[in-house]
Design a binder for this molecule. Structure first.
Ligand code: PLP
Length: 310
């Protein structure tokens, strides 16, 4: 996907902070702010800096992300970065970037011991994590004092606690899906989506607006008046709801680099079409697009030029 030069992505860093403060108030435990995938499309570096006093550290999918966003240099807070299978960074590489590797094999635990690894335990996901019978070997090999699991149900957190009982480990399991489950909070939470909800307004101006002369577009849609924005599926857009002049309307058809918008009398060239934001949220778009809210965030965040509101 490529960003469209016509699209503006306004990221409200104040709203981001309020979201994180709300999570802190609710759970009362440490927070690892998840900033993988360039902060869910909203810019890992700016997101991380905006919340640095509210979090214990960050979570990235890999070390390259933490290094690219200079998380250690800019915040002085550690990042938990997974060590995915295959040839990966060395312990020295992790240390250089103030990162701790999340290890999911005994071999990785041994190899990255000097970087103070965190153990990833499989409680059902069956990906990037040790099985129950490998736990003790991995803890020993990596001299590990902290373990986590990727939990989506409260049972996953409880299973992590049971599997590591008596080992005196710091434990965490909960992402956004488990923030309403006190039993899943353990010693820390790792929210991603919950930090980003409602922080962005994505919009593009109408490049054309006209009263329709009969069936229009690729499919011959019928609408008394329609407009065009310079953003299409190559920029990540899909058909669905949008907002024009404070009123709900629809993206009728999406082309490669432009899209047709249903308009009313009075809508003019230059009026902004809001694709995400105002009262149109990630969850509503996720339903319309038949995907998850995470996917809506990464598509929308990368759709245009980012502007940050403090
Ligand atoms: C992405 C991720 C999270 C955050 O997930 P959300 O649903 O966005 O809160 C937490 N933990 C791990 C291991 C992840 O990969």
């Amino acid at each position: 996907m490529q960003p469209s030069s016509a699209v503006t992505v306004e990221v409200d860093l104040g709203r981001l902070r309020r979201n994180v403060e709300e999570i802190a108030r609710l759970t009362g435990v440490e927070i690892y702010g998840v900033v993988k995938a360039d902060g869910y499309g909203f810019g890992a570096q700016r997101v991380a800096e905006a919340i640095k006093d509210l979090v214990q550290g960050y979570y990235c999918f890999n070390l390259q992300e933490a290094a690219a966003a200079e998380l250690w240099k800019r915040t002085g807070k550690p990042t938990l970065a997974m060590a995915p299978p295959g040839e990966g960074p060395s312990a020295e590489d992790y240390l250089e970037h103030g990162a701790r590797p999340g290890v999911g094999t005994v071999q990785h635990a041994a190899l990255l011991r000097k970087a103070h690894p965190i153990l990833s335990v499989d409680t059902g996901m069956q990906r990037f994590a040790v099985t129950e019978k490998e736990i003790d070997a991995a803890l020993k090999a990596g001299e590990i004092d902290e373990a986590f699991t990727h939990g989506t149900r409260v049972e996953h957190a409880l299973t992590l606690r049971r599997m590591t009982e008596g080992r005196r480990l710091k434990l965490h399991a909960a992402g956004t899906a488990l923030l309403e489950e006190p039993a899943a909070w353990l010693d820390a939470v790792r929210p991603g989506l919950a930090m980003y909800r409602g922080i962005a307004r994505v919009s593009a101006p109408l490049a054309e607006a006209r009263d329709s002369a009969g069936p229009a577009g690729y499919t011959g849609f019928l609408s008394p008046r329609h407009g065009v924005i310079l953003c299409g599926y190559s920029n990540g857009l899909r058909a669905g709801p949008c907002v024009v002049n404070g009123r709900r309307t629809r993206i009728l058809e999406v082309g490669m680099q432009s899209a047709f918008i249903e308009l009313q009398a009075g809508d003019r060239v230059g009026d902004r079409v809001t694709l995400l934001g105002e009262d149109l949220g990630e969850s509503e778009l996720a339903s319309a697009w038949n995907c998850g809210a995470h996917e809506v965030c990464v598509r929308m965040g990368a759709m245009g030029r980012r502007v940050y509101l403090e």
